[in-house]
Write a protein that binds this ligand. Structure first.
Ligand code: FMN
Length: 179
């Protein structure tokens, strides 16, 4: 499978990146091809809602770093999002990518049938802290006709390295078995 991995953390040594690495290594070991995009280190703005998607020969008329991601998403058999929880929600760094998947819909592209998964972490311990990340992605996947095959949700991690005190990386590696 071709798997597009999109990360949202700005911390290269952070908790979600550690889980992302564990997932990618396990997925590649199983023979999958992974294309990874670290949204926080790319120039990706929000959707302008101009609805000129694909009318100018590219996914988004505003030609920033989203367009290569759009091409990878179209080709991918699966999409994996990884991110921390920011204010009970999706970090701005990756939200622009998610919002601009709108361009594939407006452009009439065939996107249904992909698999999708989520890897997320947060400081607090209550599982409901993840709702603001989990629910929009589950609903968006359903709308797009993507099958949510797995979610690795790790609460209780704050500082870089905290993930090592949990089984998050083991869970992220095991997620690769769902593809
Ligand atoms: C701007 C910001 C907002 C945050 N908001 C929340 C929050 O609402 N709930 C929570 O439990 N943790 C919150 N956190 C903590 C992060 O989710 C936590 O540190 C996580 O482990 C960071 O993942 P990373 O190392 O992959 O970046 C926030 C952190 C930042 C920087």
């Amino acid at each position: 499978m071709k798997i597009a991995v999109i990360t949202g953390s700005p911390r290269r040594n952070g908790n979600s990146f550690a889980m992302t690495r564990a997932f990618v290594e396990a997925a590649e070991a199983r023979g999958h091809t992974v294309q990874r995009f670290d949204a926080a280190f790319l120039n990706i703005g929000g959707c302008r809602a101009c609805q000129t998607c694909y009318k100018t020969g590219k996914a988004c008329s505003f030609d920033d770093d989203f367009n290569p991601i759009a091409a990878a998403l179209l080709e991918a058999d699966a999409v994996v999002y990884t991110m921390p929880v920011y204010w009970y929600s999706i970090p701005a760094q990756i939200k622009g990518v998610i919002d601009r998947i709108f361009s594939l819909v407006i452009g009439g592209k065939e996107v249904a049938g992909k698999k999708c998964a989520l890897i997320a972490c947060c400081e607090e311990h209550a599982p409901t802290v993840m709702d603001g990340v989990r629910m929009p992605l589950e609903r968006s996947a359903a709308l797009l006709g993507w099958e949510m095959v797995g979610e690795v949700l790790v609460p209780g991690v704050l500082d870089e390295g905290d993930i090592a005190k949990t089984d998050g990386c083991r869970q992220a590696a095991a997620l690769a078995e769902k593809f």
